[in-house]
Design a protein around this ligand. Structure first.
Ligand code: ATP
Ligand SMILES: Nc1ccn([C@@H]2O[C@H](COP(=O)(O)O)[C@@H](O)[C@H]2O)c(=O)n1
Length: 232
């Protein structure tokens, strides 16, 4: 068994495939910290929107670079739901960062090298004591290349868009399937093709296609992988 029993678990994969659902569930079950690294990139994007650093598709990179030191992101547990929520500069932005406006701009912001460097440094600090489940795009390749358990999740774009659409509709958002599918496909493309830490499966990651899995099945599967990694 691993020394002090705690490991690092990296869950990467394509947009809206269920990474955070799985990661959150496992972290809760085994008493680990859960970090949604995508929420951090979303918070930086929201900061850009609120400070007029994006005009159309153009990011004011020089201003953003200077202002990176003003961007403070925290995760706090909501005492009612027991779930971690994202705070940006002292304000709870958990809902705002999930909007389509942010979703449509987050991948170009995340492709900037200085943004990635800043987020990676913070993510590595959060994982220093191990006992963490982090999901994202580059956790197994760049943030925690030595993670004891790495999972790479995928599902067809259509399945992922349908899942996200159902979620957004349940929250009362008026949005079409085509719009969600387009966003999922565009983010996947940018995330896979950027030069800095592109989305890709780490060589030692376990591939999971959960297109035909229920939530319960994938939770069970992940827990089994955790147990195997713990006793490896
Ligand atoms: N196996 C599954 N079957 C059906 N729905 C699922 C499954 N796994 C996750 N979902 C649902 O799909 C939606 C997207 O899941 P989730 O937010 O976990 O994805 P994600 O990979 O973290 O997305 P993103 O990277 O865009 O943040 C959620 O509504 C979730 O409940
Ligand atoms: N490690 C990561 C995590 C996320 N991103 C970028 O943020 C976008 C939003 O992430 P979600 O997990 O909330 O979908 C994502 O599309 C990536 O552009 C990243 O670059 N690295």
């Amino acid at each position: 068994m691993k020394q002090n029993n705690k490991i690092v678990i990296a869950i990467d994969g394509f947009s809206s495939c269920g990474k955070s659902t799985m990661a959150k569930g496992l972290a809760k079950r085994i008493g680990y910290i859960y970090i949604d690294s995508g929420a951090m990139y979303r918070a930086v994007t929201l900061y850009c929107i609120n400070h007029n650093l994006i005009d159309g598709n153009l990011i004011d990179e020089n201003s953003l670079k200077k202002q990176m030191q003003n961007i403070h992101i925290e995760f706090k547990i909501n005492t009612q739901s027991g779930r971690p929520e994202t705070w940006l500069n002292g304000k709870n932005v958990e809902q705002e960062i999930r909007s389509m406006q942010v979703s449509n701009l987050v991948s170009p912001v995340s492709a900037l090298k200085f943004v990635r460097t800043a987020m990676t440094t913070q993510q590595q600090a959060l994982g220093k004591a191990k006992g963490i489940v982090m999901d994202g795009r580059d956790i197994g390749t760049t943030v925690f290349p030595h993670a004891e358990l790495k999972i790479f999740v995928t599902a067809s774009a259509e399945t992922r868009a349908k899942r996200r659409l159902d979620e957004l509709k349940a929250k009362g958002e008026n949005i079409s399937y085509q719009e969600v599918l387009k966003n999922v496909q565009e983010r996947d493309y940018i995330d896979q093709n950027r030069s800095e830490s592109p989305l890709k499966k780490a060589d030692d990651a376990i591939l999971l296609d959960n297109s035909d899995m229920t939530l319960e099945e994938q939770d069970k599967w992940l827990y089994e992988q955790y147990q195997k990694a713990l006793f490896k």
